[in-house]
Structure formats: C-alpha cells, structure tokens
Design a protein around this ligand. Structure first.
Ligand SMILES: [Zn+2]
Length: 408
C-alpha cells in the first residue's frame, strides 16, 4: 500500500517559473482545472459512508460500469468467502483518484491492479482509493482480489443469500454503492456440489468438478443499481411453473412436502397474475430475462424485489392449513408489491435515496390494484380507504408530520 496525497489543486499546481501568470494563462488554467475539480469534495478524503457529494462526484465522472464478480463459497461457515472483482468503466477525471466503497477491514483487500499493472491505492474511511497515473481515456479495468464481508451475506451452515438494500453492497465487495449509477453484472459462483444457486440472470454454464465443487456462470444482467444485485446458494429444492408467458422457478427450503403442495399453486397464480397485470397496466413487457422466487426462512423483510430472483419470507408465503382471509390477502399483497417493484424501482430507479418513497408508494398502490382484481369478493375500494386514510390523517394532524421527500 502506498499513500499519495494527490489532490485536485496539487495535480494542477502552477509551476514555480509561472508564479506571475498572464491573464491569458489564468483563463487557460481555469478551463483546464474546471473539469477535474468538484467544488466541496475531495476524493482523497471522501469521509465515511457514501455522501451525496461523493455520489454526485462519481455520477459526473463514471460511465459504462460493468462488474465481473466471482465468489468462492466454502462448505465450512468458519472459512471466509473469497472474492474477485473486475470492474470495467470509463471516466472523465483521469487525473483524480477513483473512490470505491468497501465497508470492511483493509486486511480483506488482497491485491489491486489497474489496467494490468499493480495499482497505487490507499484504504481510508471505508473506501478503496485508487490514485491516478494509469487511468485510460478509453476503457479501464480494475481488478481487486478480496475476502468478502460477511455482514450482508447471511451465511448459514448450508445456505447463504445476499441482501444489499439500501447501501450494503459495500459490506460485501468493493463497489460504487449508489443507486443512480447502474451497471451490468456478470457473476461466477463456486459452491459445494450439493448446493444450488440462483441469481438475477439465467445460468450461462455449469461445471461440476472432481473436487466436489460446482462452478456456475450467470448471464450478463441488464443495467441494475448495485443494491439489486443478488444471489442465493445452498440446499434448496425447486418447483417449476410453466405459465403461458413467464416460466417461474420457486426455490425453497421447506421440509413439509404437503405444505409446499398446498401452497405452490396459489403462489404461482399470484405471481403470474401480478406479472400479467403489470404488463397490461404499464404497457411495458417484463423487462428482465427471467422471474424466479426464492423463499427464505426468517428473511429480514416480507420480501425484496431483486430482478430475476425475488426473495420472500417463508412464513408469509407458505401458509398453514386453513389460513385466515387476512393471511391470504397479505400474501397476495406481498407478491404483488414485489412484482410491481420490477417496474417501479428496478426498471426505473431513483437516482438517490431521498426518492425511495416513490418506488414504495407506487409498488403499494399497484399491489392494491392487483390484489383487488385477484379477490373480486373483497371490496377493495373500501379496504383501501380504511387501511390508508385513517393512518395518514392521524399523522397529518400531529407535529410528527413531515415532507415525503427529505434531504438525506
Ligand atoms: Zn417495497
């Protein structure tokens, strides 16, 4: 590791021989300096976390982001997950440092190479800072070998899954962790041979090795915000549904086969109907190459709208015998909500976290519409009124009321 305190102003420092510059030189210097500096932000000291200043700085700097990510998942929980990142990108600020986010210990970074050469870098304030000197005006490739952080890998003895929302991708691998900079992802997983894996895209290839390992390559994703990049791997069972338009594979770990048989047809009906409704309502065909459901025990939320592999909480999806009408409606609402997010949040994504509310209210609104159509015996207009209006009025008349959009 080498620390090189290069800053915007130092990079463009006027040489000693020119200490009394002419007006023409000053104008020229201003024109040269202007594109490489970003007022109020110093990429050498980005501070902890991802600030709006850092996000804006990178938004104006980077384009054509492509992640090739590889993870070696060991069988033993006690061993770390080894990762390899190849980040391809183009940038405007060739003389400025590049700031990646990695909220982990610096010892987890094993090697860093830029465009085929060992890179000068520092690890500071939860960031991997790559110093200038070898950036290209055309394509760049940054290779980072690392041990993945465990915080958002949700590792168990025989399965794991990512949950990177809203800004936790940086707890797993070095990345540009802001929703406005979408990227394409290509994922390679090495897992124990008894395991299965599912990710945002369909499988491109699968090799079972003599070493008891299976290597899976997934197809390149459409552009995604990094918080929607996802995979799950482990001992999962699968059930397939061949709908008229969208095949669906359901991954689960439920041991009660009768429970699965009782619930699966309704789960598929809800998912298929939600997809059909959203396509009809928006006039936009399902915008991702596949749609799978991954049912996870004790999942942190009701669900998470990863394109291609929606994660769902097992307790909300596999209902016991004779479920209550409220449980049935809640399950329908959950699947409809996550499916609506494919259009509101996944396909169209907010540039920054202060607009998360927009995707949530659209997904909730569409879920009510979808569920109303699926359960015609229920008066959904009355239900909508009773479930949304009183809580809104209750808050609106208290000092706790606040603007929907707030500065973050
Ligand atoms: Zn939501």
């Amino acid at each position: 590791m080498s620390v090189d305190e290069t800053t915007c102003s130092k990079t463009n420092r006027i040489p000693a021989a020119k200490r009394t510059p002419s007006p023409a030189f000053l104008i020229l210097a201003f024109v040269i300096i202007l594109p490489s500096c970003h007022p109020g932000f110093n990429p050498n000291h980005p501070g902890a976390g991802v600030s709006i200043e850092l996000a804006r700085y990178r938004q104006s700097d980077l384009r054509n982001l492509q992640y090739d990510l590889s993870f070696e998942v060991p069988e033993k929980l006690s061993e770390p997950v080894k990762g390899f990142l190849s980040l391809r990108f183009m940038r405007n600020r060739l003389s400025d440092p590049l700031v990646l986010d990695f909220r982990e210990d610096s010892s987890r970074i094993l090697s860093v190479r830029l465009n085929g050469k060992s890179a000068r870098f520092a690890f500071r304030d939860e960031h991997l800072i790559i110093f200038p000197g070898n950036f290209s005006a055309s394509a760049n490739r940054l290779d980072v070998e690392f041990f993945a952080g465990d915080l958002s890998l949700n590792r168990n003895d025989d399965y794991l899954y990512t949950l990177l929302v809203p800004d936790r991708a940086r707890t797993v691998f070095p990345c540009i962790d802001q929703p406005g900079l979408k990227a394409v992802f290509r994922l390679k997983l090495s897992i124990p041979s008894q395991w299965k894996a599912v990710a945002n895209s369909p499988l491109a290839s699968q090799d079972t090795l003599h070493t008891g390992r299976t290597v899976l390559l997934f197809q390149e994703t459409p552009p995604l915000p990094v918080y929607l990049f996802a995979f799950a791997a482990g001992r999962f069972d699968t059930i397939s549904f061949h709908g008229a338009k969208h095949p669906i594979v359901l991954y689960h770990r439920e041991n009660d086969a009768q429970k699965v048989r009782n619930n699966a047809p309704e789960i598929f009906r809800l998912a298929d109907s939600s997809l059909h409704f959203m396509e009809q309502y928006t006039g936009i065909a399902y915008p991702f190459p596949k749609y799978d459901l991954v049912v996870i025990p004790s999942f942190q939320y009701g669900g998470m709208e990863h394109p291609g592999c929606i994660f769902l909480n097992a307790g909300r999806i596999f209902l016991p015998e004779n479920p209550s009408p409220d449980d049935l409606l809640a399950r329908a609402g959950l699947i409809a909500h996550e499916t609506a997010h494919i259009w509101f949040g996944d396909y169209v994504t907010m540039p920054w976290f202060d607009e998360v509310w927009m995707k949530e209210v659209f997904a909730g609104f569409m879920a009510d519409k979808i569920t109303g159509q699926l359960f015609p015996q229920v008066d959904f207009r009355l239900r909508f009124l009773l479930s949304h209006y009183p809580p809104s009025y209750d808050i609106d008349r208290t000092p706790g009321t606040n603007p929907v959009m707030q500065k973050l």
